[in-house]
Structures are given as C-alpha cells and as structure tokens.
Design a protein around this ligand. Structure first.
Ligand SMILES: Nc1ncnc2c1ncn2[C@@H]1O[C@H](COP(=O)(O)OP(=O)(O)OP(=O)(O)O)[C@@H](O)[C@H]1O
Ligand SMILES: Nc1ncnc2c1ncn2[C@@H]1O[C@H](COP(=O)(O)OP(=O)(O)OP(=O)(O)O)[C@@H](O)[C@H]1O
Ligand SMILES: [Mg+2]
Ligand SMILES: [Mg+2]
Lengths: 225, 225
C-alpha cells in the first residue's frame, strides 16, 4: 500500500542545514496498525507529513497504492489525499474562525456532500467524541483536549482508508485517551483502516501490531517480521 | 501564598452558558509542588489562567501574597505576573515571527535586562533544554516537543518564585519528558520554587507533594493533609 524508498527531507542549506530525514525505507501493508516512536525532534512529524502527502520529500521515491506521488503536482496530491487519507495534526491545525462543527465538516466540502448531510454527519461524529455540547464553540473557546478531539473527528468524518495520527492523545486525560484509542483500534480491526500513529504513550504503542523507532531522521528499529 | 475563595468563571449567558469553574476554594503554600488532574474540559486550564493572573474570575476572591488581585487593573496584574510567575502554556503561545531565542528573551525585556545579557541568558537556557542547535528557528521550523521546550525555557528564564505549567510534557518523548520533570523537581526542591502543574501523566503526578482533582469546574479531591 505504502512504499518509501530512500526518502530524504532537507531544510535549508550550508551551516544551518537540517537533515530531518536522511534515507528512510519503509513498506506498510493495508490494514496494519503501526506506531512511530522516537525522541523529540527526530523526524516523526516530517515522516508523517510525507506519508500523508502534505509535504514532498527532497529526495527518494514514494509509491502510494502503486502510484508514484513523489513528484506530483499540488492539486493531484490534494485530491489523492482527500479521498484516501485522514490526518490528525500534532498541533490540531483547526481554523480559528470556524466552530467545531465548521471545522469537522471541511473534508465533506471537498467530497461534494450536500449541506444538510454535512451538518448531520458533523454533529454525529462530534457526539461520538463527547463534544455535542460544544459544536458551536470556536477553537479559542475550547479546551486543549476538546480541540484535539475536533481534529480527530475531522480526520475520520470522510471514512478514509488510511488514518495518520500525530500524537492524538497528548492533551487528553487517561480515560478520554483510552476511549479514543479504543475507537482507533475498532476502525483498524473492524473496518480494516490502515492506522499510522506517532505516539509517546507506551500504552498506545503496545496496542499497535508494529512499532518503528525513528532517531536522527532514520528508522533505527522495526518490529515487523 | 495563594488563596482562592469561591472562585467562579462563567462564559457566555443563557442557554449556551458554560460554568468553567463553579466555586473553587484552594490554598497553596510557598514551596509546594501541586499536580492538577482531571478530565478534558473540566476547567484545569481556566483555573491555571486565574492563578497565573492571566484571566480574571467572574466571581470570588483571589489573594496572591496577601494582595487582592481579583479586581486589579490589567497593568498592575501584568507587573505582578512578570515579577513572580513563570507560565508554561498548554498550546505554547510562542510568537510565530520570533526565533526560539527571541521568544525565550521576552520576559527579560519586561524586567529591564540589557541586550547582551538577554542574549547570553537566552542561549544558556536553550542549551539547558537541549535546543542550542535550534536557537535561530522560528516556531514553524521546530518540532512540537521543541516548541514545548522553548515555552518552558521562556517561563523559567526570569527565575520566577512560582511556576505554573499546563501539561508541559504532552508533546515530549518519555526520556525528554523525564529530563524536564527532573528539572522542575530540582527547581522545587533546591530553589524552593512553588510548582503548580496540570498533567495527564501519572508519573508526574506521583512526583508531586500534593494532588488535586478537578471535575466539572470543582475540586473533587485534594490530597493535602
Ligand atoms: N472562551 C470560552 N468560551 C466558552 N467556553 C469556553 C471558553 N474557554 C473554555 N471554555 C470551556 O470551558 C471548559 C473548561 O475549559 P478548560 O480549558 O479549562 O479545560 P481543561 O480542563 O484545561 O481541559 P483539557 O484537559 O482538555 O485541556 C471547556 O469545556 C471549554 O469548552
Ligand atoms: N521548516 C523547518 N526548517 C528547519 N528545520 C525544521 C523545519 N521543520 C522541522 N525542522 C527540524 O526538523 C527536525 C524534525 O522535526 P519533526 O517535527 O519531524 O520532529 P518530531 O520527531 O515530530 O518531534 P516531536 O516529537 O518534538 O514532535 C527538528 O529538529 C526540527 O527542528
Ligand atoms: Mg512531531
Ligand atoms: Mg487545558
């Protein structure tokens, strides 16, 4: 499903150059639940953004469903991404002027769903996240963990076949975090959604069927057989 | 040191009113290390913002060092805050157009330190956080955990006597997180800094000398004798 060959990501040049990724080779099969661990600054989010077609590698090849997306144009990249991938950002990336409902409905705008159904599905998924009483709040009127749950709802609303979650429970208390992990596990087990999750939480990492460790822009360990 | 009497915080009115805090009574002594736990949306950050003089209560009294700050004017509140309190925000609140060093030096601007010493102390505390190689990066050129460490450095640079940290390790891997907790513990044990920390991390909560649990805007449990 996902094939990365010798992927590099370089920021800047000269003395301030940062090799955020320096040669990553990775194969991910459909339906896997893979956890990504590693120290702060090691390149996990950079790797996630490339897998999620939100950023292009500086070098290397990326095949998604056998399509070479490495050098694709922005529009083509965006349409592949919107159809197949749900992305939960580490910093949420919510639109500040939209309500929780407005934010959650955005992926449905791209897939041509009509206004009535957008609102219905938006409220439904917010209810699933325990946020029905907050649907009208803007991000600055929500707690950190509530923002995180809006970001998760937005990623799942379009029923993507691949979900990329960058530390989805960092701002959640243990119980809310466990509910979210249960939800992700069910998506993976029952609906076959491929799940790729950056986490610092050992409990989440233990739930995954595969773990990779990133350090200094390289994969240093991989529990795949 | 800190005395909260029947503190309330109300957002909005009518059917959409949110009672973020509904009657909080709390006494904190100098030199305590108190952890604040509770579900997402329960009012922890709202409580922290009031203790940190960043927000005013809707009702109730707040005495800081025997000074009634409940109804103080913005300027007086800001000068008390800058002198006594270091605040680590849950969402970091870094200035996007400033480098890591620029962000860390800001509290020193308010306390009249000259440019050369500001830069020296800024680089020193960034080095302590393991960020010397990133001092010139802006927030959008830093990882999530690197941003979090810049926010911690900014809170500590002015050697405040009270440090309020709202989930300071949510974006850090286990090892970096443990180093930060060790740093906070040393500040509390060796320098007598009063430490008030919101956390979802049981390891941090265990290190604290006192734990309070917030639920639906009230303190439901307090381990203080
Ligand atoms: N400006 C606002 N207007 C309306 N409601 C608000 C506003 N700010 C916060 N709230 C609500 O007040 C409640 C408490 O928010 P707070 O940020 O204190 O929670 P928290 O305990 O810090 O949660 P978390 O652990 O998720 O960070 C939340 O339910 C939130 O939706
Ligand atoms: N735009 C940029 N310009 C320069 N350097 C960057 C840029 N974006 C990220 N970096 C650097 O690349 C490295 C990898 O960043 P990345 O966000 O992938 O780390 P991470 O593993 O997700 O860390 P964390 O666990 O703290 O979120 C970091 O050291 C960061 O400073
Ligand atoms: Mg990251
Ligand atoms: Mg909070």
């Amino acid at each position: 499903l996902i094939l990365l060959e010798d992927i590099k990501k370089i920021y800047g040049s000269g003395p301030t150059q940062v090799n955020a990724l320096s040669g990553v080779n990775l194969k991910i099969r459909e339906g896997e639940f893979m956890a990504i661990l590693g120290p702060s600054g090691s390149g996990k989010s950079t790797l996630m953004n490339i897998i999620g077609c939100l950023d292009r590698p500086s070098e290397g090849r990326y095949l998604l469903d056998n399509i070479d997306v490495s050098g694709m144009k922005d529009d083509d990249l965006a349409s592949i991404r919107n159809k197949k991938i749900g992305f939960v950002f580490q910093m949420f990336n919510l639109l500040p002027k939209q309500s929780a409902l407005g934010n959650v409905m955005i992926p449905l705008l791209y897939s041509g769903v009509d206004a009535r159904e957008r609102k219905e599905r938006g409220l439904q998924i917010l209810r699933k996240m325990g946020l029905e009483g907050r649907w009208h709040h803007r991000p600055n009127e929500l707690s950190g963990g509530e923002c995180q749950r809006v970001a998760i709802a937005r990623a799942l609303i379009n029923r993507p076949s691949i979900v990329l979650a960058d530390e989805p429970t960092g701002n959640l208390d243990t119980r809310t975090g466990e509910e979210i992990i249960l939800l992700f596990k069910r998506l993976n087990k029952d609906e076959g959604v491929t799940l790729i999750m950056v986490t610092h939480n050992p409990e989440i990492a233990n739930e995954a069927s595969r773990r990779i460790y990133v350090k200094d822009g390289k994969i240093v360990e991989d529990t795949a057989p």
